[in-house]
Design a protein around this ligand. Structure first.
Ligand SMILES: Cc1cc2nc3c(=O)[nH]c(=O)nc-3n(C[C@H](O)[C@H](O)[C@H](O)COP(=O)(O)OP(=O)(O)OC[C@H]3O[C@@H](n4cnc5c(N)ncnc54)[C@H](O)[C@@H]3O)c2cc1C
Length: 463
């Protein structure tokens, strides 16, 4: 362990927080993780992180980093009944057409998110210099008189008679998620707030669980009809335990999947492919559907500030909260943790603006993928630069071509899994493969409902 300081305090003990704590523990004598919820031993979704009840895939890059930070995590998860499988071998549908399955060698972990978090957190809590302060509200920051440097955190424990107190810190890392108060705290300290970029997608997830029937998945880990402009309703239907599966429906631009069971099933029936409906139409769900609204992706441009207090960093959804359908948030948090480790290995407390500039570089590509992809939906407001329009026109061709050629699925999954940069899809060999199948932007796949001759007798579109 290098010794950069006495105590690092991590605000928020969800995924970004525990990953930050893991790397901070290599450099600080003590790491304190503070959260308003009870965390240790918890395997269920909790109040401070209600989104965790919905489908969460830990995709390639996040998986590789977590396996490196927590050796044998995949084996541990597998023995706990968590499905892991090849990202390219899932049943992916884009525009109602199934991608050719491809063996990519990249692992996707489809644990219930609270279970994944539990395993990772347990590993972090076992580190001798990491402590969790649970059920404690974070109220604000404490700074030096000249407000140049953060020196602690104001908190209030959730116990009767508790009063606000200040906990000293040599470094504070904000991982309190998209509701982070750092912009307001900066203003209180006399700094500018960061500029915010928003892409209003008006998304909602509605989720329930089922007892898996073996015939549903037919050897695949999950069935994912992904939303597209022509078919804006989508779903993630995946195995998350030995005989447990999750169904998360997604709707955009205010078309929220309902929570009433009959209407929920109607939404399933309206998906662009029949696979999910055929599975669950007569199945008994294990719980009532619950919904989570995600009005907009939000990117906070901390790196553009010219002044920032020393000893304060921001990571995870607090810095950028992506449209979750792209499955990037946990992987980005993992890449940021590795970025933090790089700064810590310089042997001094990270310089905030330099660190935040590096975090921005981590965010650039997944933001382009998610914000750019959202702008393909005509109803989503935003500036469609030439790069965005060309990128979306090419991606539609590429997704179609991937229904014919598994090598294209492989390349696509390497980019979606944040392993390869999007430019890899433009290399001459890939470009030729794509153009061989799709010189023009293909018409959207035919909806199985519009192809239905009579209600209740769906037919698969021939593609
Ligand atoms: C519906 C949905 C589906 C998603 N699916 C995927 C997916 O498939 N794959 C993927 O990689 N990512 C996915 N994500 C994104 C992923 O959940 C986040 O990127 C990830 O959780 C990292 O979040 P975080 O740790 O930064 O913040 P959060 O998970 O929001 O955690 C913030 C923590 O801070 C605590 N906190 C906040 N304020 C205070 C306070 N004042 N006092 C005390 N404690 C406080 C909260 O209790 C919480 O524990 C999804 C997100 C959503 C919304």
């Amino acid at each position: 362990m290098s010794d950069i300081g006495a105590r690092a305090v991590v605000l928020g003990g969800s995924m970004a927080g525990v990953l930050a704590a893991r790397v901070l523990a290599e450099s600080y004598r003590e790491v304190l993780v503070i959260d308003r919820d009870k965390l240790l031993g918890v395997r269920e979704s909790r109040r401070g992180a209600p989104h965790t009840v919905h489908a969460h895939g830990l995709h390639a890059r996040g998986h590789l980093i977590m396996e490196e930070l927590f050796p044998d995590l995949t084996a541990e998860l597998s023995s706990a009944g968590v499905p892991t499988g090849d990202l390219g071998e899932m049943r992916w549908f884009f525009n109602a057409r199934r991608l050719q399955p491809a063996r990519t060698g990249l692992i996707s972990v489809t644990a219930p998110r609270p279970v994944l978090e539990h395993h990772v957190r347990t590993r972090v809590a076992a580190l001798p210099n990491v402590t969790f302060l649970e059920q404690c509200d974070i109220l604000g920051l404490a700074a030096t008189a000249d407000r140049e440097r953060v020196v602690g955190v104001r908190v209030q424990r959730r116990v009767e008679g508790a009063v606000p107190e200040v906990l000293d810190a040599d470094l504070v890392v904000d991982t309190t998620g998209r509701g982070s108060r750092t912009p307001a705290w900066l203003a209180e300290l006399g700094y500018d707030r960061p500029a915010e970029e928003k892409v209003k997608v008006g998304l909602a997830y509605t989720t329930c669980h089922y007892r898996t029937r073996p015939e549903w998945f037919d050897g695949v880990q999950s069935i994912n009809p992904v939303a597209s402009p022509a078919h804006p309703r989508g779903a993630f239907f995946g195995q998350v335990g030995r005989d447990l599966c999750i169904l998360s429906l997604t709707g955009v631009l205010g078309d929220y999947p309902p929570t009433e069971m009959g209407a929920f099933l109607e939404f399933v029936r309206s998906l662009p492919v029949p696979d999910v409906y055929e599975a669950v139409r007569d199945a008994e769900p294990l719980d009532e559907p619950v919904s989570f609204r995600f009005p907009a992706s939000v990117r906070r441009r901390y790196e553009r500030l010219t002044r920032f207090p020393d000893r304060l960093l921001v990571m995870g959804d607090a810095a950028c909260s992506f449209n979750p359908v792209y499955g990037q948030g946990m992987s980005v948090a993992a890449i940021e943790a590795v970025t933090l480790r790089g700064h810590l290995r310089l042997g001094a407390p990270p310089a905030p603006l330099r660190f935040l500039a590096d975090v921005a570089k981590v965010i650039d590509t997944p933001w382009d993928i998610s914000a750019g992809g959202d702008l393909d939906f005509p109803g989503v407001e935003g500036r469609r630069t030439l790069k965005v329009r060309m990128g979306n026109a090419y991606m539609a061709r590429l997704q179609y071509a991937a229904t014919k050629d598994p090598a294209i699925t492989d390349g696509f999954m390497r980019v979606a899994g944040l392993i390869d940069p999007p430019e890899s899809l433009m290399r001459p060999g890939m470009l030729l493969r794509v153009l061989r199948h799709a010189v023009r932007r293909p018409e959207p796949g035919e909806s199985w409902l519009t192809a239905t001759p009579a209600a209740g007798t769906p037919v698969r579109p021939s593609v």
